[in-house]
Design a protein around this ligand. Sequence first.
Ligand code: PLP
Length: 414
Amino acid sequence: MNKVLSEDPEVYGIVEAEKKRQTEGIELIPSENYVSGGVLQAMGSILTNKYSEGYPGKRYYGGQENTDKVENLAIERAKKLFGAEHVNVQPYSGSPANSEIYFALLNFGDTVMGLKLDHGGHITHGLPISFSGKAYNFVQYEVNKETGRLDMEEIRKLAQEHKPKMIVAGYTAYPRDIDWEAFKSIADEVGALTMADISHTAGLVCAGELKSPVPFFDVVMTTTHKTLRGPRGAIIMCKEKYAKDIDRAVFPGMQGGPHEHIIAGKAVAFGEALQPASKEYAKQVRKNASHLAEELKKHGFKLISDGTDTHLILADLTNKGVPGKQAQQVLDTVGITLNKNTVPGDPRSPMDPSGIRLGTPAVTTRGMKESEMEQLANWLDQVISNINNTDLHSKIKEEVKEMCLKFPVPGINI
Ligand SMILES: *Cc1c(COP(=O)(O)O)cnc(C)c1O
């Protein structure tokens, strides 16, 4: 960062402060992670200088010998990683990718099924104020309020009633593995297309730790910056028969020039994900999450679906008498970052919901294991059970920092 320091000390100062925050605190937001130094450098490369509208071999501008190579490399690695027939690596991020899929395969006003936001769905899965909810007729399914799990019979009934043109599965706040084959058979009964959004879990899916929708579903998308540990961005995978429609919807349908420096970062991240170490990582993410869940239960936390199969835990804090927003704010002051979250059927508002969402992808990247999860559950309990005790908070903040300094963040040298 020496060039940024000499050219723009103001920006330099902000980035240094963020490095300190990331190093000295514990990151439990389940959609976040740390990229490697290799991914960081690829993203910071001079590939950002190049316009490359179009696709490898079919570009609108000259000078594409290197951009074609890097994009093809990212595509080939993604295909190998997920066993996909066709991959588009150009989507700028997850939300654009989802809009592109809808734009490719639906007409405006078509009926689509997606999980409701406060039950764990994403804003792009039909939230009424989002593009998805305005442009398409989303029918929102829910999880069972008692079990916190998807009820495939209810979903089948809803599908038969509404005859959607597409069913969207894969979520933002759902702690359990997904029965993709059951979704596929419901979709087949009503003649619907299947779209899987594995943004959160892709790193666990490609390691074989969670079931993959790729063999069954028409289209599968994922962000690249969550459990995949790549740059902020997304990819769309599909069966060969949808390849042309998907590619045309990405460019020129919704995007202009692809970000080849980010695509280079995706290629590096996919290369890393193809290494055996990433399988160990994915396994440990799940071990850490289930251990943390068990420890939290010992401290009296009420978990949605009573636990987790994935990297993610959703806790309803109603019995602790602390709203999710306050828990998030106070935990921030001790250096533990997580997010407030609605719980299924939440009586409170999304801006001040009943629950918190946490996960283990980032702490596992730093090398934390089961014993650190026990420590973490302890701190979470102490802070939430003593929400106004600022002396205790200061003491825990020091302890958090001390532990964090033993686990360096990849890509950050201090
Ligand atoms: C994170 C996420 C997205 C959107 O990704 P952005 O890159 O933030 O636009 C889409 N779907 C799901 C399920 C997600 O978790």
